[in-house]
Design a protein around this ligand. Structure first.
Ligand code: ASP
Ligand code: MG
Length: 424
């Protein structure tokens, strides 16, 4: 059994869905069962989030926003199916789940509605793609991930209940059911609680869904199909002359994801590493290219330096008002304040009299700075960038920091990190 994951860009229009079907015809071995995990089409998750905000704010745009979402899917279906195809009714039944919410006045928190509404993007995409694959003579079984991936009761970034999910998934997808050649089509990103509430695994969480199915079913491999040829040593939109990484280890992939590389959802790697299930990142535009292999083998990890740039950073420096030493009791108070505001620290460093942290410039950060200013002397620098270089060497550092004003630097044997300002 293998698991394929197709993201939003791979199902963004009718032609993309035809391409997906062609990939399955080409890549699925005869007799093989395959799990196909699919995201919402194109930017539909964003569109649903915007619809939800409009609904909660009682905006007069609600109707128009919902129409746009409906028409987007209808337009794709019209290109893929005849008018009397059963998919039209299925899709309209799923859309009713949103209509029900919109008809009632919003009386609860955003989080309560989030899962119920935003999950429909994945339900619609898998309904449409599943029906099209059937038309194309694939043997398809559509599965509702809300009844397979069991989570706790948080509506966003919900924590997975692995034991319960294992039972549910193994029940509905037997490891070897003798049925063979079945394509199990299911949704990424979504799950459900024991009380049948819909939850989500965090934005871009479909990769993680694929890893959950693979881990539970002891899959041979996972393939994430993307619009790029694999993982690169840096974001090609930011750095010139990027190089494709043919092979990296799970460990390296976790490190890159931690420092902010956004190719794979960070939670994806651990379950695969635990079961030694290799992960391939491949291009749905060039499916025959090799892509990137991520597995246990560490031999090629340090061959090519990798770069991760986080823009829009603020460097905050916290000192005691009387310039006495920053001691553990201060740090305890400071860390608690960060935790209370759910702020993620990207980098930290302490000296005798101050403690410095680099963070994304979020609105909550400025609330925190005000709070800390009661007991501490707090100063900050804005509009900075944080550059992380894995497997650095002197030449790449010199090249990348040329003309930059350096504010802070940190090095370990494998990783160098710099907080800087563009010299303009
Ligand atoms: N559709 C969801 C999102 O856009 C999940 C995913 O694409 O992985 O965040
Ligand atoms: Mg998506």
């Amino acid at each position: 059994m293998r698991v394929f994951k197709f993201g939003g860009a791979s199902v963004k229009d009718a032609d993309s869905i035809r391409n997906l079907s062609a990939i399955l015809k080409d890549q699925k071995a005869k007799g093989e069962d395959l799990i196909v995990v699919i995201s919402a089409m194109g930017k539909m998750t964003n569109a649903l989030e915007i619809l939800l905000s409009a609904y909660l704010e009682n905006s007069d745009k609600v109707e128009a926003l919902f129409e746009t979402i409906k028409n987007f899917h209808l337009d794709i279906m019209n290109q893929l199916f005849q008018g009397d195809h059963e998919v039209f009714e299925k899709v309209s039944n799923h859309l009713v789940e949103i209509e029900w919410i919109l008809e009632e006045e919003a009386s609860r928190e955003r989080d309560y509605y989030y899962g119920q509404m935003v999950s429909i993007g994945e339900i619609l995409s898998t309904t449409i793609v599943g029906s099209f694959l059937k038309e194309e003579d694939h043997l398809v079984e559509w599965l509702d991930a809300r009844g397979l991936v069991r989570t706790e009761n948080q509506y966003r970034s919900a924590k997975v209940d692995w034991t319960a999910s294992e039972g549910l998934i193994r029940d509905q997808i037997p490891k070897d059911n003798g049925k063979k050649d079945t394509i199990y089509v299911t949704q990424g990103f979504i799950g459900g609680t024991s009380e049948n509430f819909t939850t989500t695994l965090g934005r871009e969480g479909s990769d993680f869904s694929a890893a959950i199915f693979a881990s539970v079913l002891d899959a041979e491999e996972v393939v994430i199909w993307k619009d790029v040829e694999g993982m690169y040593n840096a974001d090609p939109n930011v750095f010139p002359n990027t190089i494709k990484l043919n092979h990296i280890s799970f460990h390296e992939a976790i490190e890159l994801a931690y420092y902010g590389a956004s190719v794979i959802h960070p939670k994806t790697i651990k379950p695969l590493q635990n079961k030694s299930i290799p992960l391939y990142v491949k291009s749905f535009l060039q499916p025959d290219r090799k892509g990137t292999i991520i597995d246990n083998d560490v031999t090629s990890d340090n061959i090519i330096p990798s770069f991760i740039l986080k823009p829009a950073q603020t460097l905050v420096s916290i000192a005691a008002k009387d310039f006495s030493f920053i001691v553990e009791s201060h740090l305890k108070e400071i860390f608690n304040a960060f935790d209370d505001h759910k702020l993620t620290i990207n980098l930290m460093q302490n000296s005798a009299i101050s403690f410095s942290v680099c963070l994304d410039a979020l609105p909550e950060l400025y609330v925190l700075i005000n709070e800390l200013s009661v007991n501490y002397k707090v100063s900050f620098n804005e509009d900075l960038s944080l550059l992380t270089i894995r497997h650095y060497n002197d030449e790449v550092i010199e090249e990348l920091l040329k003309d930059k004003k350096l504010l802070l630097e940190q090095k370990t044997r494998t990783t160098a990190r710099f907080v800087f300002r563009e010299n303009t």
